[in-house]
Design a protein around this ligand. Structure first.
Ligand SMILES: Cc1ncc(COP(=O)(O)O)c(C=O)c1O
Length: 427
């Protein structure tokens, strides 16, 4: 047994701030292993657009979009309006038994955006849910238990998704509980690495002991530090998977719904996947995720009769579906994908100029990584100045920015200047 926790955040000089008081209360009620409280982080009280206000009234520019969720900004008006309207009529339904009408409306709107003529969708509440649904679908469709995933991959922390997540820090405490049907192959960033990676995929998909039913890939690796594969790789990967009877799952939970400048990042490489996982931005700030695929793949699921074999209490939650409709409305009206492309190009050009040749700036659309830098120190420095950015990558050498695509050019420039200054002083 662990000793009783004494993880109370230390006080600095002067009276404790509202955030520090909240941190102390949290330490007494939340399990360890979740919120990092030393130093006490700012606790959020309000947010709108790109701006967040903490419990002490300090304002920040949020260049993380809160883990990539607020692509349409915090509290997008169409999302707030639809949630309020839905809440005035029905807050909770019976997802797979007496489904809320909002579920149908949302599924129709999402299916219409997908690359297949006849799309079927399994909804979830978290990205991990969508990954679990995709891995189950691939197994049902192919009968093959093996999975090929990439070094550096992050697909979530539920046990099925964690088995395909590569980072040791997340896996180590649970190693003996993780299914051992996943083979990791290198994620390429150059054409020669792509060749070696495809050869590794070919070997892994045909291993006779555990033939692969799925190859799962992030079109741009996010948490690994914004790693972009070379042009053509995703297309060749899908071909390699299909040649050996495996499905290509694109985990677009971070990259999807416009973040990288296109609705789906894999379309930038001319690749149409067999299954797509969506989450984060999809719910406009509400918990909502989806595993989408063409009917001929998704119909591997047997017809539902009586008790569903894949569901959950809150599946197709009316408030999340209403929020999702608000997000899709904003995506189209505000042309979020185009804005992500334009703003991403401008941000990348500015940063390349501002941070100097020693720091590489890479990414797609509004998913940008800078490194090598002392990422935690840069993020801490930026936070002091009122800019929220995140460290990424196993070695802590990359700072990641994924700002809302509704950022005004002036807001974007102000945040980039703060970031460049933080890199110069702490990087
Ligand atoms: C690519 C990718 N897949 C899956 C997940 C897991 O999503 P969630 O944290 O909502 O379960 C994440 C979260 O960061 C992600 O970036």
């Amino acid at each position: 047994m662990n000793p009783p926790s004494d993880s109370s955040p230390p006080a600095g000089p002067g009276p404790p701030s509202a955030s520090l008081r909240l941190a102390r209360r949290l330490a007494r009620v939340e399990s360890r292993g979740i919120t990092s409280l030393d130093p006490a982080p700012p606790f959020w009280a309000e947010a709108e657009g790109v701006t967040v206000v903490d419990a002490d009234g300090k304002r920040y520019l949020d260049f993380t979009a809160a883990f990539g969720v607020a692509l349409a900004g915090h509290r997008p008006p169409a999302v707030v309006r639809r949630i309020a309207s839905q809440a005035s009529r029905l807050v909770h339904g019976m997802g797979d038994l007496h489904p809320p009408a909002a579920k149908v409306e949302f599924l129709e709107a999402l299916a219409a955006l997908m690359p297949w003529p006849d799309t079927r969708i399994v909804l979830g509440l978290s990205g991990s849910d969508a990954v679990e649904a995709a891995l189950k679908t691939a197994f049902l469709a192919t009968g093959h238990p093996g999975v090929v995933a990439f070094e550096g991959a992050y697909h979530g922390l539920t046990l099925g998704a964690l088995a395909a997540t590569h980072r040791e820090r997340f896996r180590r405490p649970f190693t003996r509980r993780l299914a051992n049907h996943v083979t990791f192959v290198p994620f390429p960033e150059t054409p020669s690495e792509a060749e070696a990676s495809l050869e590794a995929v070919a070997r892994a998909t045909s291993a006779p002991a555990s033939p692969a039913g799925a190859v799962i890939v992030e079109p741009v690796q996010g948490r690994a530090g914004v790693r972009v594969p070379p042009p053509g790789f995703l297309k060749s990967l899908a071909e390699a998977a299909r040649e050996r009877g495996a499905l290509l799952i694109a985990d677009e939970i971070f990259t999807g719904m416009g973040r990288t400048g296109a609705l789906l990042a894999c379309s930038l490489d001319g690749m149409t996947p067999d299954l797509v996982c969506l989450g984060k931005a999809l719910g406009g700030g509400m918990p909502l995720s989806a595993c989408c695929g063409p009917a001929d793949v998704m119909d591997a699921w047997p017809p539902s009769s009586g008790e569903a074999i894949h569901t959950s209490t809150f599946l197709g939650h009316p408030l999340s579906c209403a929020a999702g409709l608000g997000f899709l409305e904003t995506l189209e009206r505000e042309r979020l994908a185009e804005r992500a492309e334009t703003l991403g190009r401008e941000a990348t050009a500015y940063l390349r100029e501002a941070v100097g040749a020693d720091v590489q700036v890479r990414g797609r659309g509004l998913m940008i990584g800078l490194g090598p830098v002392r990422a935690a120190a840069v993020a801490a420095r930026a936070l002091e100045e009122g800019l929220i950015v995140l460290p990424a990558g196993a070695a802590g050498k990359v700072v990641q920015i994924t700002p809302p695509a509704v950022a005004e050019p002036g807001e974007l420039r102000r945040g980039l200047e703060m970031l460049a200054a933080a890199v110069r002083s702490a990087g």
